[in-house]
Design a protein around this ligand. Sequence first.
Ligand code: UT7
Length: 355
Amino acid sequence: MGVPTGRDGANSKIIPAPSASTDLAEGRRLRRVGLTATGGYVPDRILSNQDLEALVDTSDEWIVSRTGMRERRIVAPGEAASDLAVKAAERALEDSQLEAKDIELIIVATVTPDAICPPTACFVQEKLGVGPAAGFDISVACSGFANALSIGHNLIASGAFGNALVIGVDVLSAITDYQDRESCILFGDGAGAVVLEPEPGKGIILDHLLGIDGSGAEMIIVPAGGSRKPASHETVEAREHFLKLNGRQVFRFAVSKMREIVVELTKRNGMTVDDVDLFVPHQANLRIIESAAEKLNISEDRILVNIQKTGNTSAASIPMALDEAVRTNRLEPGNLVCTVAFGGGLSWGASLVRW
Ligand code: UT7
């Protein structure tokens, strides 16, 4: 299977570079796919830098200067990923021509599902009244939405489904150790959703570049609660059910990987970084975004940044930022959008969308 190079339709490492007349084994043709609506949601409760000063040895000045974050949103007790996902999905559906009952496929990217089993997609399906539909969760940490978007795109392009609701949601506060000052200042909760349909749509999805590198698996990890180390009194006492982070190493990886994949993705689509009108990066740290932007020679006005009020919302970060770009009229027809994510795995993913 060749390196994907398509500019105008479905592609990824799964499906060969498309053309309007590509025939699949089943005799179906690849269709172009539009991103027809977006929605975002954050819970009401604000966790400010001042609130964090009361929890750990930190300061508003340190957090702002090292991360760009001023506040983040945190769920209320009992509120879970599917609750946020449903709100974001409702907002996306309001802006689309579809009703919940018309949705054929739900993909939820999350590392903080309502429960280990069943998939959060099932809770979303039931609460939204979607279907009959197919659905599943995927877990690729902060790169989850990029992977979910690629899967949804390709499943619609192939004709397997007529539309999809693709959601990125995380409740990182559920796995954050509020005694660990290096990580607890970073994370917030939220959800973002997009509706995908065969074109015409608002944004035509062009291409995705995805990857993982398990040699960095320990850099961002929740050590206990999985099959390697099931939850026990001991693991809870050792606080191993919380996310552990090597922030400094991730920082270095993130800057170089963001630069690398943006260059590669634009190049293989016959474009350059200068052709991109708006970058929508994963909101992990303002300094990571600024360093990557400097290496890519991208000016501030071409980057969507909302980290000051959201913190790092993991899989929700990119769809929430994309929704903000839409609702604040940052996008005009014809604009080229590049989303770019990195995170636990290590993992990464970038997408190109022609608005
Ligand atoms: O989305 C993927 C997941 N996200 C990430 O992996 C985050 C990526 N990394 C980062 O955002 C940054 O590395 C951090 C914000 C986590 C840390 O910033 P840094 O500039 O890399 O700081 P550092 O780790 O080099 O620490 C500098 C100092 C240390 O003290 P010493 O050793 O110089 O005395 C830390 O102990 O800052 C100290 N420090 C803090 N001080 C006040 C670490 N966290 C805090 C804190 N408040 N919250």
